[in-house]
Ligand binder design. Sequence first.
Ligand code: 6PG
Length: 252
Amino acid sequence: MSKLNQIKALVLNRLYRVFPTPQELAEAFAAELINQISEASAKSLSFTLALSGGSTPKLLFTVLAEKFAKSVDWNQVHLFWVDERCVPPDDPESNYGMTNMILLKKIDIPDSNIHRIRGEANPATEVIRYAEEISRYTRSLNGNPVFDHIILGMGEDGHTASIFPGNQELMFSEKLCEVSFHPVSGQKRITITGKVINNPDHITFLVTGSSKAPVIEHIFIKNTILPAFLIVPAHGEIKWLLDKKAAEFIDR
Ligand code: 6PG
């Protein structure tokens, strides 16, 4: 069976859950994430978490900061990013910068646990450095890094992390991190590849808003090959958390 047919066969059982509002989605997922971190901490294990940029994670970070800042020992948590725009950390476009403002400044997490992608560095060397940093802090399975949890968003064009429909071969790259370009703005980005995205213990997609309803229909019903469609973890669990508006065409 070809790689794509294998993926199609696997995704027939795609799990999703629909929430009335983005706020309820963010609150439910924040509580679940906090439980996972607490369980790891109870066993004195660290918890490796890869974050996305975008509006839906933003709401999650707000909920984590407001309701769960003191609920876990953040010393146990190592934060990474699935992608970054090639801009300095204080640029309004920086994924790290957004997370820093909304979450990191409000929780007690050591700087040494924050593993940002250096958007201001030379992208060609940064992809190598970041791949090494990921490998140093995660365990390995089948020769690839395993995050405890990866949080993903999805664009209206079906992109996820910074893997876009025009460069979805990055999903099958031999490297762990690659340089990518936004297809419309041409903005340079750094992204993790399929080797990392498809290898964690847990993946959660956070997708909200009616602008995402058509692409959700493509992925769940029409089996359209888009980057987000290609997220099928090698061994872990994947969940799609949607709000009512994003699920409009699949949850009637
Ligand atoms: C980024 C992202 C990207 C994002 C989606 C969804 O840096 O832009 O990591 O993959 O998650 O574009 O973004 P929204 O939630 O804003 O629609």
